[in-house]
Design a binder for this molecule. Structure first.
Ligand SMILES: Cc1cc2nc3c(=O)[nH]c(=O)nc-3n(C[C@H](O)[C@H](O)[C@H](O)COP(=O)(O)OP(=O)(O)OC[C@H]3O[C@@H](n4cnc5c(N)ncnc54)[C@H](O)[C@@H]3O)c2cc1C
Length: 392
């Protein structure tokens, strides 16, 4: 049986980052197995917004580290991943003001450049925008984004150059077990691979895959929709990234010049039983809902052409934070999934934390208990400031 120190299941941004980190840190031999193509799950359709506005020091620190990492990627690895910093504003009404101010203070205490803007300052930032007098925003000029597909391919290529073996088009169908010890994986061609550690980074497929190992974890695949609009040429828009708690949506400029719009409420997203066969289209109802909400803020979108949209996949947990750690009841297997619509920005830092715990032996920069997969059975979910869990 072929053997490696680490087997990573999944070639999304998490699997890719962990392959790179484990290979670069000299932690041992790494094989990454991807059943379809890099980015075939959530990653390829991600907004890939990189912001640091979070409710906890842990996630602020991870977002901060990762933003810096992405900003240096091209210089370090020689590939353009379309890193930009348009800046991001989180708008809310008086109801969320105290939470927003608290989050901003927490970020500032950690060195993030951010401030609270009142409605007048918001109007200066976005002169064509409509803002009520009681609204305010957290403004984060450092916030940026990358191109998700370019990025995952570039990270996988960097991992390959660092020595990781990458097998695209290889599906893991099950696990080789000896009692509670996982010894490796079985593949769709009937062969097996042995390893001291199997890391499941299978995104929306992770829950099903763990069932193969007899483990049930609270991971649910959802189908969010996204819509795209062509901003009218006459509109004088600042082209920033926005999270709009008042109207329940977020939007961002895409490289192609469109504006991507999504909703903040994951409760409206349908549960997906089979992520291999889900509706990848978008409904007209969703497009019109986005248009009318966005037009409340930026009226010129009432006259914009819609360029359609897409159905995508999130992997969510009950507290909208990932499961990162050993799979309860099994030895030799980790789960790194459940990023609940906000994982892209955290992935470099996640990978460093995982490698510290299972590879390098360095101290981990976050408390492993924070994201531990058994936190729900310990009744220790992660609490967040806002009603929208996706905001973290
Ligand atoms: C529409 C949308 C917008 C988003 N916007 C943002 C954002 O702005 N900022 C942000 O930070 N995050 C965002 N996210 C979230 C972020 O994209 C995800 O958290 C992240 O991409 C998850 O990566 P992953 O590697 O865990 O999973 P995935 O990308 O889903 O990767 C899992 C991979 O595993 C493979 N796989 C599954 N089963 C097997 C198997 N049995 N054998 C081999 N391979 C297998 C799949 O083919 C897939 O490629 C967004 C997500 C979506 C869907």
């Amino acid at each position: 049986m072929a053997h490696s120190d680490y087997i990573i299941v999944g070639g999304g941004i998490m699997g890719a980052m962990m392959a790179l980190e484990l290979a670069e840190s000299g932690s041992g031999s790494v094989i990454l197995l991807e059943k379809s193509f890099p980015g075939a799950g959530s990653t390829g359709k991600s907004g890939a917004i990189l912001r640091q506005h979070y409710s906890h020091k842990v996630t602020i620190g991870m977002a901060r580290e990762s933003l810096h990492w992405y900003s240096e990627f091209e210089q370090r690895y020689g590939t353009d991943i379309a890193f930009h910093r348009p800046g991001m504003a989180f708008i809310c009404t008086a109801a969320d003001r105290a939470n927003l101010v608290r989050n901003v203070e927490l970020q500032v205490s950690m060195g993030v450049e951010t401030s609270v803007l009142d409605a007048t300052q918001l109007r200066d930032l976005e002169p064509s925008g409509q803002f009520a007098d009681d609204e305010c925003a957290a403004w984060e000029p450092e916030a940026g984004n990358v191109h998700p597909v370019r990025t995952v391919y570039a990270v996988i290529e960097a991992a390959r150059r660092a020595g990781a073996e990458i097998r695209i088009g290889t599906r893991v169908t099950g696990f080789v077990r000896e009692g509670d010890r996982v010894l490796g994986v079985t593949l769709d061609d009937g062969s097996t691979l042995q390893s001291q550690m199997v890391i499941v980074a299978a995104g929306p497929w992770a829950g099903q895959l763990l069932e193969e190992a007899g483990v049930t974890l609270p991971l649910t695949a959802l189908r969010p929709e996204q819509s795209f609009f062509d901003p009218p040429a006459h509109a004088a828009e600042s082209r920033l990234i926005y999270g709009d708690l008042t109207n329940g949506l977020y939007w961002k400029p895409e490289l192609a010049g469109w504006t991507r719009v999504g909703l903040l409420d994951m409760n409206v997203d349908a549960v997906v039983d089979d992520p291999d066969h889900y509706d990848q289209g978008v409904s007209q109802k969703f497009i019109e809902s986005c248009r009318s909400r966005l037009s409340l803020r930026l009226p010129h979108y009432a006259q914009s052409a819609s360029w359609g949209g897409m159905g995508a996949l999130y992997t969510v947990t009950p507290d909208s934070h990932p499961l990162i750690g050993p799979v309860p009841g099994l030895e030799g297997m980790w789960i790194v999934s459940g990023f609940s619509g906000h994982g892209f920005k955290l992935s470099p830092s996640v990978a460093r934390g995982v490698a510290a715990q299972i590879g390098t032996g360095d101290p981990c920069h976050f408390d492993p208990a924070f994201f531990a997969p058994d936190r729900f059975t310990r009744n220790a979910p992660i609490e967040v400031a806002y009603g929208y869990g996706i905001l973290g």
